[in-house]
Design a protein around this ligand. Structure first.
Ligand code: SAH
Length: 317
């Protein structure tokens, strides 16, 4: 049965080395519900655990395999996985990084996390560490990482991850877009003070809990009063709000209206316009960069997300 999955992945054009890792790990051992073996090795998302209170899913194998290719997962790498679930994907990745590599996976729900621990222990996989907690903080104890591999929809890429990633390290991450509800996945590479990245594809992961899923709420406290300065009309305002969301991590919402909560100013987005209060140089420079890229959608832009540095956009050729 496992061979069937191997051939499905090969048909997708997945690298042999990665497809083989899926041959080496028994997926049924990570499913706490019963499925027929033929279903287990289909290329589908399966519910791995549910008890009416919490649930977890084992992601679609071909999507995981593509993520592994995009981050160029290889021998000897140290990987941080966010959203460990019952541990299947971490176990597969441990086959690829090999004896000289290491996989650290973080799972938010204690019950699911304990199951993941028990699964990797039972199968004798000693190159996976399962950490119980909120993935928002990363896992500093094992940092720095070559790769951060996110298998849950998150509101932002927290500074903790950025700090725990090696320079030139890669992040694959599905991001919950607050305006449209979409969940595009992006591939980023760390370059100095920025994560430089591009859109890859649409996804539908479970949305994260904890601090990875409450950005709008947390940012409310950054909103302060500033004097009104001006109104700017913006074409495709919704798309601009999404760029602000991705690039500043300072988006918030009050009474159904979106705001950018900057350190020296606030922007209110409504009715095709931005109302600017105080100073918001970050937003104004993003707007002019976006204009010079012909107001393109984020799928056709390169994002440079700054950490203690200004974020930028460049036009993908
Ligand atoms: N990689 C897993 C798939 C997990 S599904 C596998 O191979 O099976 C996503 C998981 O992310 C869920 O188990 C969910 O509980 C977990 N999660 C949600 N919010 C999280 C957070 N803030 N930090 C870490 N994990 C989180």
């Amino acid at each position: 049965m496992r061979e069937r999955l191997f051939w499905i992945l090969k048909d997708y054009g997945i690298d042999e080395r990665i497809a083989k890792a899926f041959l080496e790990v028994p997926r049924e051992e990570f499913l706490m519900k019963h499925y027929s073996l033929s279903h287990v090795y289909e290329d589908v998302v399966l519910v791995s655990y549910e008890d009416g209170e919490v649930f977890s899913t084992s992601s679609q194998p071909s999507l995981m395999a593509m993520f592994m290719e995009w981050v160029e997962l290889g021998e000897g790498m140290k990987v941080l996985e966010i959203g460990g679930g019952t541990g299947y994907n971490a176990a597969v990745m441990s086959r690829i990084v090999g004896e000289n590599g290491f996989v650290v996976t973080v799972e938010y729900f204690e019950k699911v996390c304990k199951i993941a621990r028990e699964n990797v222990r039972r199968l004798g996989i000693d190159s996976v560490a399962v950490v119980c907690g909120d993935g928002y903080y990363g896992v500093p104890d094992f940092a720095p990482y070559d790769v951060i591999f996110v298998t849950v929809g998150v509101d932002e890429i927290p500074e903790h991850w950025f700090r725990q990633l090696k320079d030139e390290g890669r992040v694959i991450v599905p991001i919950n877009m607050k305006f449209s509800g979409r969940q595009p996945a992006f591939l980023f590479v760390k370059k100095g003070n920025h994560l430089e990245g591009n859109y890859k594809l649409e996804t539908r992961f479970i949305e994260a809990g904890g601090n990875l899923g409450n950005l709008l709420e947390r940012n409310k406290k950054l909103l302060k009063e500033f004097p009104f300065r001006k109104t700017i009309r913006v074409p495709r305002l919704q798309m601009f709000v999404e760029l602000v969301d991705l690039l500043t991590r300072r988006l918030t919402r009050m009474n159904g209206t979106f705001y950018y909560a900057g350190p020296e100013g606030t922007v209110e987005f409504s009715g095709g316009e931005m109302r600017i209060y105080g100073d918001t140089p970050e937003i104004e420079s993003l707007l002019s960069q976006w204009k010079s890229c012909d107001y393109r959608s984020f799928e056709h832009l390169t994002l440079h997300v700054g950490y203690n540095a200004l974020s930028r956009i460049s036009c993908t050729i």
